[in-house]
Write a protein that binds this ligand. Sequence first.
Ligand code: C2E
Ligand code: CA
Ligand code: CA
Ligand code: CA
Length: 273
Amino acid sequence: AKRQGRNHLHFFKRAEEHSKRVDIHLRNRFQQAIDEEKLALHYQPIIALQSGEMVGVEALMRWQLEDGSFVPPDTFIPMAEATGQIIPASEWAMEQACVDLKQMLEKREQLCVSVNLSVLQFSRANFFEQIITTIEAHGLANNRIELELTESILMDDSDHAIKLIERFRNAGIATSIDDFGTGFSSLSYLKKLPVNRLKIDRAFIQDIVGKSSDEAIVRGILAMARQLDIEVVAEGIETAEQAIRLTELGCGFGQGYYFAKPKPLAEILKDLE
Ligand code: C2E
Ligand code: CA
Ligand code: CA
Ligand code: CA
């Protein structure tokens, strides 16, 4: 078994080296996209399941090449995290989200924009101040912006992460745990995290109708969240059946292709008319 493990390690190392080599082109092109402000944000509606109303949107980064094709975020985000480019890209995204949010608020006052954060940002000095300054510079109220973080922020220094989440909370900026259920932390860990909401990963929503184990997991998450006064968003809802089931189970919010795909600001503004 040991020998096999070593072989696997060897294989992964080789694969890593290979992907690093390929990435140099991608990395240079991404840098160009950052420098020339060629990145874009699309927005996916977040829906209150009982009323069906859009209560917010999640900002999702898009990178389109000259030939019109999009590089998938699951390709360029991990690369940008590895190279550190996620920092300038995220700073741009935060600015852009504020600019776009101002337009959305003209149509609907109560809307919120959720912005995805990288672990790298979280461990940087002055990150809190930087977010506050950006929001203020755009004349926005703190409670219109929400931050999505993954459980991986807890890996490095969970005490630091908890303190930071608390500072955001006290400043009126809500945080959510993204992709909940896929990380390392257990349900009981939630108790220590002063987050306002959690987003159940699509993996558990996919088979919620028909697969009793997934329904049980979602029930468990909802019960725990209720106890802790944490709101829940179900991600990746693709069918009416899933939406109905989640509403019956008492899940407050939902997001997914069934309601809407991520789309450009102009289309969100049209929806709000
Ligand atoms: P995420 O934060 O979990 O975002 C949700 C992803 O699920 C999005 O993929 C969205 O398009 C997709 N999705 C939404 N509804 C459905 C559905 O019903 N079915 C299916 N199959 N998929 C659905 P996207 O836009 O490709 O983004 C992938 C990931 O890239 C995001 O996952 C997030 O981790 C990362 N990402 C995207 N934008 C940013 C960003 O600005 N900053 C950072 N740090 N990460 C980002
Ligand atoms: Ca997210
Ligand atoms: Ca997610
Ligand atoms: Ca994800």
